[in-house]
Design a protein around this ligand. Structure first.
Ligand code: GAR
Length: 208
């Protein structure tokens, strides 16, 4: 069984989707071994506790830099013997020590169709604000491996979701979560745990 750590910062609905998928037996070959939060008041920690999954806090505000926090996280993940790191609404940009320790073994979910509305400053509701400002008719979600470039790693899966005329950022966020994120992320995690994701340069091949 691959040991999965889920990194969170907020509400944790993507964590919940992973927990629900695990409970349905849909995370084949892996188990969520730990939930690590960058904030002490993340509701995601309560979701972990309710599911009986060990949770801990590595608070961003206790470190002078993203670099110092990343080093602490890497130590913790190594101590927990983690095989796969999942960023599920994790709002800290990790430095290259993390990527070097877990090459093609960190999966992120982003609430837009990368390369649109991605990169530094594009996170959470801001992504949907930018999509609405631009006037796109389709947005969606992307699940990808994390590389040293913010939102720039090899794409595992994407799903388009319609933008409707009266959408607010909150309404669009919810539709993208329901129709795309909560499905794509558990599927990608399960494929990883079965060794079915093969990275070839920028491309991820899904093995049968
Ligand atoms: C999700 O929409 C996720 O895609 C996004 O934050 C939200 C977290 O919600 N992540 C990013 O923007 C990362 N760049 P959640 O805590 O309910 O899963």
């Amino acid at each position: 069984m691959k040991r999965i750590a889920v990194l969170v910062s907020g509400g944790g609905t993507n964590l919940q989707a992973l927990i629900d998928a695990q409970n349905r037996g849909e995370i084949v070959g892996g188990e969520i071994a730990a939930v690590i939060s960058s904030t002490s008041d993340a509701y995601a920690l309560e979701r972990a506790a309710k599911a009986g999954i060990p949770g801990c806090v590595i608070a961003r505000k206790e470190f002078a830099s993203n670099q110092a926090m990343t080093l602490a996280l890497v130590d913790k993940l190594k101590a927990l013997n983690i095989d796969l790191v999942v960023l599920a609404g994790f709002m800290v940009i990790l430095t290259e020590e993390m990527v070097n320790t877990y090459p093609n073994a960190i999966i992120n979910v982003h609430p837009a169709l990368i390369p649109s509305f991605a990169g530094p400053g594009c996170y959470g509701l801001h992504v949907h604000e930018k999509a609405l400002e631009y006037g796109v008719k389709l947005s969606g979600a992307t699940v990808h491996f994390v590389s040293a470039e913010c939102d720039g790693g090899p794409i595992i899966s994407q799903k388009a979701v319609e933008v409707l005329p009266d959408d607010t950022p909150e309404v669009l966020q919810r539709r993208i979560m329901e129709q795309a994120e909560w499905k794509l992320l558990p599927q990608a995690v399960s494929l990883f745990c079965q060794d079915k994701l093969k990275v070839e340069g920028r491309t991820v091949r899904i093995l049968a």
